[in-house]
Structures are given as structure tokens and as C-alpha cells.
Design a protein around this ligand. Structure first.
Ligand code: ADP
Ligand code: MG
Length: 248
């Protein structure tokens, strides 16, 4: 799927990060245009989750620059709340509140953090839950839902903050094969609506079909990046080829 190229909406330049003696990011450059979908793939431990966490200022960087949705993430006086409203993140674990209903889980942050009016937030939450095909589960508790349904609640919850960018970290990794599809379908819908999306994923078919660009990371570096079609048709770096041979 080819989109018109826009100015970078997520941009990392020379980002480095160490945890003690472990140099986890060694100068990462990455750029995602507004409305684009990019996937990061690569072996376990290569720094993929750390990249997403740095973009959302959950992990402070050592050096380099990060700009996202018009904010300078590495700035000394970053407004972390403004950043996290603009940048939604969904992880592998759903982290829903077990003693709150689906509707309450989705409306909690917009009501309590953004202090938006309840009627407006609930109307939006119902719309989002219909969009992720959970309109019949508004009053269910997370424990009554399948993993795929819980993950769709987590996505709706994130969207209810009206983000400008969505980050997804292996959101389907813990799901059964049948439910993987329904969650990827929801992400594909969100992307088709023009949301800027950056995903860490092991779903190569999804990356090939939905992403505009694919980044391959190994050892804290972006080893290769290319438009998705080229990336899978002609991987250049031997490390990329070895990885694809294993997973495809
Ligand atoms: P990936 O998502 O590609 O599997 P990660 O970004 O999670 O990789 O991790 C990259 C490296 O950083 C790993 O060696 C991991 O152990 C280390 N790491 C990640 N987060 C922390 C942390 N909070 N403290 C110490 N080491 C960490
Ligand atoms: Mg990870």
C-alpha cells in the first residue's frame, strides 16, 4: 500500500541508549511520515521495544534527537503528559483494570487525565468499541474476554485519548492464531484511516501487506530499511536475509 509522502512525523537521529554496560541502541535513525505505517522487525534483544519506549519518553535517551508529533522528546522541558496524549502505545500485555468494565477502562483516562465531559467521552468510547467490534461487550469485565478481545479494548482505550501517533509493541505475540487476525485487522483499519503507526511485529505478512516501510534492527542498529515491497523482495544485508530465512 503506497501513500503520499509527508514530512516526518516520527523522527529519530543518532539515538543511543545504554543500560549500564549494555549498549542497547547504537545510533538509531528512523523516520515515519505523517499517515504512514512502518514496521520494525528483528531478533529478540535487538532494541526494538527500547526504540518505542524512547519515542514515548518512557525511557530517557543518552544522545541523539527524537521528534514526534511536533514535540522534541529529548528536550529538557518536555511536557510528558502532552507527549503521551499525542502518542498512544499498546503493549503485548493488555494491562486493563480487572475490576473495571470495558467501557470504564476505555473512558478512564480521558475523564481523569484530560477531564473531558463524560457524555462526550462515553459517546466516543462506544463508537471506538463498535469499531473494534466489541459493541456487545461494553459492560463485560476483562476477565470475561479472550486475549484478542482484551487487546482490542486496549487499542480502543488508547484511541480514546485522540492520539496523533500509535505505537504497537508485539501486540499479537501472545494471541492464538485465529485472534491474531482480528487484532491485525483493527490495526489495518486504523492505518487506513490515516493514523501514523509504528509497529514492532513478528507478523511478516502484515508487514509486507500493510507497512509502507520496514526497518530491520540487529544489535541496537538499524541494519536495513526499505519500502516494504523492496525489503521483502530483495533484502540486501546478510543479517536481514538470515533473519527472514528463519521466520518466513
Ligand atoms: P527487543 O524488543 O528487540 O527484544 P529490547 O529493546 O526489549 O529488545 O531490549 C534490548 C536490550 O536492552 C536487551 O538486552 C534488554 O535486556 C535490555 N533492556 C531493555 N530494557 C531494559 C531495562 N529497563 N534495564 C536494563 N536492560 C534493559
Ligand atoms: Mg520487545
Amino acid at each position: 500500500m503506497k501513500r503520499e509522502l509527508h514530512e516526518p512525523f516520527i523522527e529519530l537521529e543518532g539515538v543511543t541508549k545504554a543500560f549500564g554496560a549494555n549498549q542497547v541502541l547504537c545510533g538509531v535513525d528512523l523516520s515515519v511520515g505523517r499517515g504512514e505505517v512502518a514496521c520494525i522487525i528483528g531478533p529478540s534483544g535487538s532494541g526494538k521495544s527500547t526504540v518505542l519506549r524512547c519515542i514515548n519518553a518512557l525511557t530517557p535517551i543518552d544522545a541523539g534527537r527524537i521528534r514526534v508529533a511536533g514535540l522534541q522528546v529529548d528536550a529538557a522541558h518536555l511536557d510528558a503528559q502532552a507527549l503521551r496524549q499525542r502518542v498512544g502505545i499498546v503493549f503485548q500485555g493488555y494491562n486493563l483494570f480487572p475490576h473495571r468494565t470495558v467501557l470504564q477502562n476505555v473512558t478512564m483516562a480521558p475523564l481523569q487525565v484530560l477531564r473531558r465531559p463524560r457524555a462526550e467521552v462515553e459517546a466516543q468510547a462506544r463508537e471506538l468499541l463498535a469499531r473494534v467490534r466489541l459493541e456487545d461487550k461494553l459492560h463485560a469485565y476483562p476477565g470475561e474476554l479472550s486475549g484478542g478481545q482484551q487487546q482490542r479494548v486496549a487499542i480502543a482505550r488508547s484511541l480514546c485519548m485522540r492520539p496523533q501517533v500509535m505505537l504497537f509493541d508485539e501486540v499479537t505475540a501472545a494471541l492464538d492464531p485465529e485472534t491474531v487476525k482480528e487484532v491485525l485487522g483493527v490495526i489495518q483499519d486504523i492505518a487506513a484511516d490515516g493514523m501514523t503507526c509504528l509497529l514492532v511485529t513478528h507478523e511478516m505478512r502484515f508487514a509486507r501487506e500493510v507497512a509502507d516501510h520496514v526497518y530491520f534492527m540487529d544489535g541496537g542498529r538499524v541494519v536495513e530499511h526499505a519500502p516494504a515491497a523492496d525489503f521483502f523482495a530483495e533484502p540486501r544485508d546478510p543479517r536481514t536475509r538470515a533473519f527472514l530465512d528463519k521466520v518466513l
